[in-house]
Ligand binder design. Structure first.
Ligand code: NAD
Length: 250
């Protein structure tokens, strides 16, 4: 049974368990106009992930996968950080948030000012060559469609995002696991918690005796394990959380 609480309960949990570690998903960026994956309006209602975002698809038909990423990049072009990204950056400056672990590849947390940021699924802002390691910006890669090739060795460039069927970058997931297992409180924002291994990070916190809070529209498989669950806008809830907490953590 989904339990619902208000921002006051969340603020009290953060106040007594700070600094918290925040885990964000696509839901923190929908208010910036970027569709998530699994909502009724999400990207995967229109595109089969195995056809457009898997490493096997990239190897078989790089032009088709680059066409998909070109569309995603175009939808990101005008996107700006929203109140949720800004509130998390502010809460980090004020000492309430230790780090943000994100599944998002849109770069909006960094643009909002989050400093201690772990991008476990990579970033769509660059593309790299798997053969010689050269990296170009995504704008440069888009200028080389249908299949951007490496300026140094001519191999096909790949967007620097983790595709289905790929392992997560070792350093990033190692850092995320360490942060999660040491957190007194993990705050999940805008994630369906369906994509592993990232969806297992809150379990690391719980297994080590930490607490869990969830701000997400719709249910997640871990709602029953959370002290606070808020089914509401990420932007509005995080902005209200920032207002509800004292200016600085003592
Ligand atoms: P998801 O699509 O599985 O889940 C998003 C969740 O956020 C859903 O439960 C949805 O109901 C909720 N949500 C949507 N808008 C919200 C809002 N304004 N406030 C609160 N909740 C809201 O996304 P996920 O869990 O991040 O996992 C999917 C994968 O999607 C990740 O691998 C990620 O790399 C990728 N992705 C990233 C972006 C991005 O970079 N912005 C966009 C789409 C998908």
């Amino acid at each position: 049974m989904r339990q619902l609480y208000g921002v006051a309960s969340l603020a009290e949990l953060v106040r007594t368990h700070a600094p918290c570690v925040v885990l964000t998903g696509a839901g923190v960026s929908t208010e910036s106009g970027i569709p998530d994956f699994r909502s009724p309006t999400g990207v995967w209602r229109r595109y089969d992930p195995m056809e457009y975002a898997s490493i096997d698809a990239f190897r078989a038909e790089p032009a088709k996968v680059w066409d998909f990423y070109g569309r995603r990049l175009a939808s990101l072009a005008g996107a700006e950080p929203n109140d949720g990204h800004r509130a998390l950056a502010e809460l980090e400056r004020r000492g309430w948030v230790e780090a943000v672990i994100t599944q998002n590849v849109d770069g909006l947390h960094a643009r909002a000012g989050s400093r201690n940021l772990v991008e476990v699924h990579g970033s769509i802002r660059t593309a790299s060559c798997g053969t010689c390691g050269a990296t170009v910006t995504s704008e440069e890669a888009l200028g080389l469609l249908p299949v951007p090739s490496c300026p140094d060795c001519g191999e096909a460039l790949k967007p620097d995002v983790v595709m289905f069927g790929e392992l997560l970058p070792e350093a990033a997931i190692g850092c995320a696991i360490r942060l999660s297992s040491q957190a007194a409180l993990m705050l999940v924002v805008g994630s369906s918690l369906e994509v592993f291994p990232v969806a297992g990070l809150p379990l690391e916190t719980l297994a080590a005796g930490g607490r869990l809070a969830i701000v997400n529209r719709g249910e997640t498989p871990l709602d029953d394990r959370a002290d606070v669950v808020i089914d509401a806008s990420a932007g509005r809830t995080l902005a209200a959380l920032a207002r509800a907490l004292p200016e600085r953590r003592e």
